[in-house]
Design a protein. Sequence first.
Length: 297
Amino acid sequence: MGLEMVNLSEKAQQLDAMEFLKPSQTRLMAVANQKGGVGKTTTAVNIASALASHGLSVLLIDMDPQGNASTAMGVNHAEGIPSVYDVLEGRLSLTEVKSKSEHFSHLDVVPASIDLSGAEMELATLANRNALLHAAMHRLLTDSPHAYDYVIVDCAPSLGLLVLNVLCAVREVLIPIQAEYYALEGLGQLLHTIGLVQRNFNPQLLVSTMLITMYDKRTLLSKEVFDEIQRHYKGIVLNTTIPRSVKISEAPSFGQSIITYDPRGAGSVAYGEAAYEMNSRSEDVLRQLNEQAGNEE
């Protein structure tokens, strides 16, 4: 245990010294998995916070009616509060509903309220129902093209209209995968849905990142799941894994990410390393996206 604490302290110090380079273009990224309990919102919140803590400018959009990402960031998302629901309905812009994070000067948050739960039915009859978030994000980035290095969208644990809106608005998908056998089955279904979106709505969409969460290094199963996913999706799966951690689960109840709640702990270091690894791949990912876009023209 003592050696582990020393190694963790060294990792934290190394992470403090790492330089996070700004990507040459804004990275538009959905954090998605229709399977609940895989650390999806936790990943969206903590990756966004880790990037912001190292000086990158981040917009975190909560597109889950449960509003868990908003809670974790300490942002008011009570019923009736201006939120992403008003953006989808066309009443307000993203600029008008976003809030500045208390903890990070480089992080803005667009909250989701329970009002969003009725949006799927209300928007279902609209001709442009799949492109509502895309239009709002396009306006934001056109008006302020250099405002954000990352726009990260936390999706609901489903494959409905809200998630489809997100997948039509972003260019990348980050998939958190729990280190257990059943996660592999859910991954196939999610990738099939993403493939349908690529073919029918957003040909520039790319699964750029997979992150193994709730990894228990004491069990053979965690290692087997990691090895299996890495074998099938080489170059996409981050080498960093996120450990099971009580502190990670506790942080949202204090309106914080693990980055501020336990900054030198195992969870914070792991998410910091994952954010660094993801950021270091930026130019390769952007090059692939731009080549893909060029081939579509």
